[in-house]
Design a protein around this ligand. Structure first.
Ligand code: GLN
Length: 274
């Protein structure tokens, strides 16, 4: 048995070769401490490494657990975030959201940011780490908030990203105002058939009523109450949702813009309070 056999276990189970190779690399690095540097230096992959990989791949395939949950970490914008099945695994699309948000924060010198549905805290922590702003992350799930707190400690930004249990704005005081509200809300229409890996992620983080639009509608509706003058609202979008979300936003926001992702899908929407 060698590394090719391990990759084949994954591809035989229907996982794309590129993804399979990436996963094996992640497992090697995490469980065997075998990094890209070892690969470049052509350090041998030992029988012990293979034995470990086999066990992990078997666990991965037994019930299609995403590799990030097996490792307990997920890479996002240059950092490794703790993840468990209590939180959504950060996605590459969300890196686009955070990159645009950071640009707006820096260009407009924004100070107070609210991240709604913070989950693992990947958005809140990255913004706090890379800008001078203060971020409040809220989530309805106490289990998710525990993970977000671990991540803030990991990144060493404890005093600049803080968390609170809140169902959307329910625990935000009337006198708390923000320069930006950011959210990657659950946006998959209820009833959508999903690949087996996604069934391990919390359904509360994935699905929304009203054809996936409910949380956008609710967040937009109350955003003016919690934004400073000229404040920004920025969302990640689900597939095919940009027109509907734009219609919600047009009511209270101007300069509403949409950005496409690497697959040409409308993925980010943002605007400024009128
Ligand atoms: N804010 C987290 C993320 O973007 C969680 C989002 C969610 O659970 N819908 O990954």
């Amino acid at each position: 048995m060698n590394i090719q056999t391990i990759i084949k276990m994954l591809t035989d189970a229907g996982i794309e070769e590129r993804e399979a190779k990436k996963e094996v690399k992640m497992l090697l690095e995490h469980f065997c401490n075998y990094t890209e540097k070892d690969e470049v230096l052509r350090h041998p992959i030992t029988d012990e490494h293979i034995r470990i990989l086999k066990t992990k791949v078997e666990a991965r395939l037994a019930d299609r657990t995403p590799v990030q949950y097996i490792i307990g970490e997920s890479y996002f914008m240059g950092e490794f975030f703790k993840v468990t099945s209590d939180v959504l695994i950060p996605r590459p699309e969300t890196e686009l959201l955070v990159t645009k948000a950071i640009e707006l924060i820096k260009d407009n010198d924004l100070k107070n940011i609210l991240d709604i549905g913070t989950g693992s805290g990947c958005i809140a922590c990255t913004i706090a780490k890379r800008t001078n702003s203060l971020v409040l992350g809220v989530d309805i799930s106490s289990d998710a908030l525990r993970i977000a707190l671990d991540n803030v400690t990991r990144l060493g930004i404890n005093n600049r990203a803080v968390f609170r249990k809140s169902d959307l704005y329910s625990k935000i005081r009337a006198d708390e105002k923000f320069d930006m509200i950011i959210s990657n809300p659950p946006y998959i229409p209820i009833g959508t058939e999903l690949e087996p890996e996604l069934k391990h992620e919390p359904s509360i983080a994935l699905f929304a009523e009203e054809n996936g639009l409910q949380l956008y509608r609710k967040i937009v509706l109350q955003a003016p109450d919690y934004l400073n003058e000229g404040g920004w609202l920025i969302f990640e979008l689900g597939i095919g949702e940009s027109d509907a979300v734009k219609a919600f936003m047009n009511e209270y926001f101007e300069e509403v813009n949409v950005i496409k992702d690497f697959n040409g899908i409308d993925r980010i929407i943002y605007g400024r309070l009128i």
